[in-house]
Structure formats: structure tokens, C-alpha cells
Design a protein around this ligand. Structure first.
Ligand code: MEV
Length: 428
């Protein structure tokens, strides 16, 4: 373990090819997986043409690996697909700080998704509700017919609720919620097919007219939860004591707890960790985003998804709870070659474990942002990386990129116009 840790510590000093070689050995990956992960043989235009409409090509993004993540006792390399500098470094750094207390501890609720059926044109809403609830079991049995395999795997329709919407721009109506355990799928297809199947019976039973039949992205029955403790002493750096940093992080969180303007940015920082892994595994990041923000507003006022507090030892304790509708089977998770390779890279074969890892990365990312904001400010850490992007945009190549970035940071002028002038001077 000590040797492995030592090995990992140098990951960012390795060349890109050395990093690939290290991961290959560590996670026992095939040559084919390596070709996909390096980007040499990822999604082809021909494969892409089968995925969406009017395809002309593909679009690439950088994929980095966050290190030091220990989730429920297992060390896991985290693939992150994202364009923003500092995210992978920030997550890795916080994951390293968490090792003092064993890393992240995460769990998930059952993978239950909600499908909604809107029932219109009813006078007797309460009676219609009773009639539906009275035959709940037969409605569940009907919905189960769409996917017998899901049922065999322990999933399938689990419950049915009927909600009365008493006020809306078109007056009152009923909403049926079908709750389906979707096992290792994201679940959109399973849910949408199941609710469509119920249309006829719901109309027959209520005498109403069914309009919308679609899943809800407020997946509040499919939650992922993580917790972490950072030793106070591990938080100290430069001129900041551990206590300063801990209390600063708690005050930063309190700001997000109390103010929606801050909560939006605070939660964006969490999604900086969540989305890159959701994308790396071929999952629907818009669904995850929608679920996260709706959950953050579930009590009527938008607030922070995470909590940060001081524990009995004076250490910093963080938690994150949010809906996470991600799958390891079906959709792009199966079709995109990198999605499958990334699951093998992480050694993950169930949607619940994937969600546990993702929620842990979200918590780490939140901590990285709050730690920076509550101490030296976000710009210092960002500057070096941002300067590299500016240098590249100005046309720097090879060794020039780092040299130019350093000069821009020294001058505190990380601007493309200044970068172009310096480059021109050097070239002359
Ligand atoms: C930037 O991408 C994310 C942060 O704004 C998050 C936060 O403010 O907590 C730094």
C-alpha cells in the first residue's frame, strides 16, 4: 500500500503515456481498452452516426484521472471528462487529504425511478384517485409486463402513488406516479415504456384523458450519499491554521445554506466533480443536473446540496446527498467505447457503485472549491492552469507553453493580447 501510494503521488509528474501504462498495470486493462482511453480509437464517426441524427463527426474533450480516491475502502482511479482546468487537480488533492480518515464512505438507496402520468378531464378527482389506488396491484402487474427480465433481476414496478394537483393554469388534475426499480439502468427507457403501457387502463378506470407519460428527473427515491472527514491538522497550509481553514469552509457553506445566489455557485462546484464522471461513463448529465438542482430546491427554497460541520474531535465533516440517475447498462453506456473502458478502469460493474463513486467526487470537488475560496481565493490556483490555456490559444507550442504561462503569471497579465505580444517578441 505504502509503495502504491508513493507510486500514485507522482502521477501528475508522469508523461501522458506513462500515466496510461501505470493505469494499465494497476487495473489490468487490455490493449484495446488502452487504445480507447488514450483517445486513439475512441468513438468513431461511423459509430456516432448511429447514436444521434444528422451526424457529421465527433467532438473531443480532455479526459484526466483523479487519484487518491478511496471509496468504501477501495482505491479507485477516477476518469473525468471536462474542459475546465483545476478540477482534476482539486479533486485529487482533496481525495489525498481524506486518506487520513480512510477516504469517502458512500451508499445509495434502491435504484427507484418515478414515471408520471397526467390525467385530465376529470370532475371527481378524489374518487378517481381512490379507484386507481384500489387496483394498484393490477396496474403494477400490467406495467411489469413490459420488462420481465427486469423483474427477474429483482427490479420492476414497486409502487404506485396518485397525486392531486389542485391548482394549475388549466385547473385541477391527477398525476399517477409509477415507481420502478430499474436496477443497473439509468432507467429512462424502462420508465417511459412502463407508463405508456398504463395509458389505456388509467383512462378506463378513471374516465379521464391521459396526456403526458414521462419519467421525472427529480429522482428523489434514487439518492446517493457520501460522507468524509478531514483531520483539522491536514487542513493547515502556508499561513493558515487547520482551525482557520475548517471554520472558513463552514462559514462558506453557511453562506450557500442561507442564500440561493451563493447556493447556485456552491452546487455548480459540486457538479464540477459530478458531471465529468457522468460524461466519462456515457451517462445523461442533463438528467443528473436537473435532478440535482430540483432536489436542492425541494423544500421551497434553493439551497446547498452538501453540509460542512465540525465533529467532536474538531475535525471537518462533510456530507453530500443528491439524486443520481446513472446506469452501467443501456444507452450510450453500452454504445460509447470509452464509457465501457472507463467502467473497467474503475473496476465498477453496478450502477449503485458508480453512483457512490460519483457522489464522493462531487463532495471532494465541493471541498476543493470551498477550501480555496475560504483561504487564498480561487484565482491563485487557477492562474497557472488558465495561463497555459491562454498561452496555447495565443499559439505557443511545446516548451513555449509552460514558459509563456509562467511569464504571464509573473506579470499578473493572463490575457491573450499580452501572450501574443510576448510570443511575437520571442519569435523575433
Ligand atoms: C468554478 O467552476 C466553481 C466554483 O465557483 C465553485 C464555488 O464557488 O464553490 C469555484
Amino acid at each position: 500500500m505504502a509503495e502504491k501510494e508513493h507510486h500514485n503521488k507522482k502521477f501528475y509528474h508522469l508523461t501522458r503515456l506513462e500515466r496510461l501504462a501505470q493505469l494499465k498495470a494497476e487495473m489490468h486493462l487490455s490493449e484495446a481498452d488502452m487504445a480507447v482511453l488514450s483517445g486513439e480509437k475512441s468513438l468513431s464517426p461511423v459509430e456516432a452516426d448511429h447514436m444521434i441524427e444528422n451526424v457529421i463527426g465527433t467532438f473531443s474533450l480532455p479526459m484526466g484521472i483523479a487519484r487518491y480516491f478511496r471509496v468504501n475502502g477501495r482505491e479507485i482511479p477516477i476518469p473525468m471528462v471536462v474542459e475546465e482546468p483545476s478540477i482534476v487537480a482539486g479533486a485529487s488533492f482533496m481525495a489525498r487529504l481524506s486518506l487520513g480518515t480512510g477516504g469517502f464512505f458512500a451508499h445509495t438507496t434502491a435504484p427507484e425511478m418515478i414515471g408520471q402520468v397526467q390525467v385530465l378531464d376529470l370532475e371527481d378527482l378524489s374518487s378517481a384517485r381512490m379507484k386507481l389506488l384500489a387496483v394498484k396491484e393490477s396496474l403494477l402487474a400490467e406495467a411489469a409486463k413490459v420488462d420481465p427480465l427486469l423483474k427477474e433481476l429483482g427490479g420492476g414496478p414497486k409502487d404506485l402513488e396518485v397525486r392531486l394537483i389542485s391548482e394549475s393554469p388549466i385547473g385541477p388534475f391527477l398525476v399517477v406516479h409509477l415507481i420502478v426499480d430499474v436496477r443497473d439502468a439509468m432507467g429512462a427507457n424502462a420508465i417511459n415504456t412502463a407508463v405508456e403501457r398504463l395509458t389505456h387502463r388509467v383512462e378506463e378506470i378513471t374516465g379521464g384523458r391521459v396526456l403526458l407519460r414521462i419519467l421525472s428527473n427529480l429522482a428523489d427515491r434514487r439518492l446517493a450519499r457520501a460522507r468524509v472527514t478531514i483531520l483539522k491538522n491536514d487542513l493547515a497550509f502556508d499561513g493558515f491554521t487547520g482551525k482557520d481553514v475548517r471554520d472558513g469552509i463552514i462559514a462558506a457553506w453557511a453562506f450557500a445554506r442561507a442564500d440561493p445566489y451563493r447556493a447556485a455557485t456552491h452546487n455548480k462546484g459540486i457538479m464540477n466533480g459530478i458531471d465529468p464522471v457522468v460524461i466519462a461513463t456515457g451517462n445523461d448529465w442533463r438528467a443528473v443536473e436537473a435532478g440535482a438542482h430540483a432536489y436542492a430546491a425541494r423544500n421551497g427554497r434553493y439551497t446547498s446540496l452538501s453540509t460542512w460541520e465540525k465533529d467532536a474531535n474538531g475535525d471537518l465533516a462533510g456530507t453530500l446527498e443528491m439524486p443520481l440517475a446513472v446506469g452501467t447498462i443501456g444507452g450510450a453506456t453500452r454504445v460509447h467505447p470509452a464509457a465501457q473502458a472507463n467502467l473497467r478502469l474503475m473496476g465498477i460493474d453496478s450502477a449503485s457503485e458508480l453512483a457512490q463513486v460519483i457522489v464522493s467526487v462531487g463532495l471532494a470537488q465541493n471541498l476543493a472549491a470551498l477550501r480555496a475560496l475560504a483561504t487564498e481565493g480561487i484565482q491563485r490556483g487557477h492562474m497557472g492552469l488558465h495561463a497555459r490555456q491562454v498561452a496555447i490559444a495565443a499559439g505557443a507550442k511545446g516548451d513555449q507553453i509552460n514558459q509563456l504561462a509562467e511569464k504571464l503569471v509573473q506579470e499578473k497579465a493572463i490575457r491573450i493580447d499580452r501572450a501574443s505580444v510576448i510570443l511575437k517578441e520571442w519569435r523575433n
